[in-house]
Ligand binder design. Sequence first.
Ligand code: NDP
Length: 296
Amino acid sequence: MPRVAFLGLGAIGAPMARHLARKFDLAVWNRTASRAVAFASTHHGATHARTPAQAATMRDIVITCLPTSHEVEALLDGADGLIAGLQKGAILVDCTSGDPATSRRIAARLAEAGVSFIDAPVSGGVSGAEKGELTVMVGGKAADLEKARPVLESFGKKIVHCGDVGAGDAIKAVNNALLAVHIWATAEGLAALAKSGVDPKIALDVINSSSGRSNTSINLFPERVTSRAFPRTFKLALLDKDVGIAAEVARAQKVASPLLQLTAELFRLAHGELGEEADHVEAVKIVEKWAGTEIS
Ligand code: NDP
């Protein structure tokens, strides 16, 4: 039975860690220590680690789930850092929606210490994490994935080996760029319809049984926009980061990508205007403001 550590008990990390605590001997660490202390006190089999090094000590699989790859990289060094605790032969599984270049740099650093790295970003949202039904997209060596697979299966339903280190990050960024395109385009279309006198709920009913439908039109708009609920489950700041990564991947490969670049700009603007705590779907509010109408 592998011994596991989990670092980053945020909106998606906490429900992932909850599944792990049911099956494995689990150490948890969180920057705000009170969250990890509370987690360990309410989950039998979980222990609270004071530092990243302590979390990683004697662990076979160490999982990180932080906002960006930069926070993961910053956790590596120093007396309290991950590298000080990671044992030879361990695997660092990074479930952050990261960026491929930084992941490759992290993998190279860890390799010097005899530690493997796989990038393993997830999709399915907080509700998918709670149900243990996430999709996990993995970059790295197939043999490392096979060692980590029993651990990933506790929160993942579909686990796909995508290629070398960074491949999971790249797919995740493109997936989320598509999500961003759908949110913005659906908002523009529905704002135009609302202003021309069509009820957005009727428009969604029609679109959702027609070829323009998407997860955004089927789930996000009815549950969050027309209802005006706008729950905060996935930060706009994080989607902004993801679209930026996708735009950068396209630029690095010299792929003409005007739509991706524009989407990155729009989400940067929305993030700047709505702030750090806004949910990703609240980007719709910018479209509504520009249109002078509400999609409800
Ligand atoms: P949250 O903002 O809810 O949580 C972020 C976590 O990272 C917290 O545990 C936070 O600690 C920690 N953290 C933040 N800054 C630092 C730092 N400088 N050093 C160490 N720890 C830090 O984010 P999510 O849980 O929503 O997202 C985590 C990752 O998962 C992101 O890459 C995101 O893109 C991805 N993701 C999120 C989904 C979602 O639906 N929420 C869906 C799919 C992927 P503290 O408690 O101290 O703030």
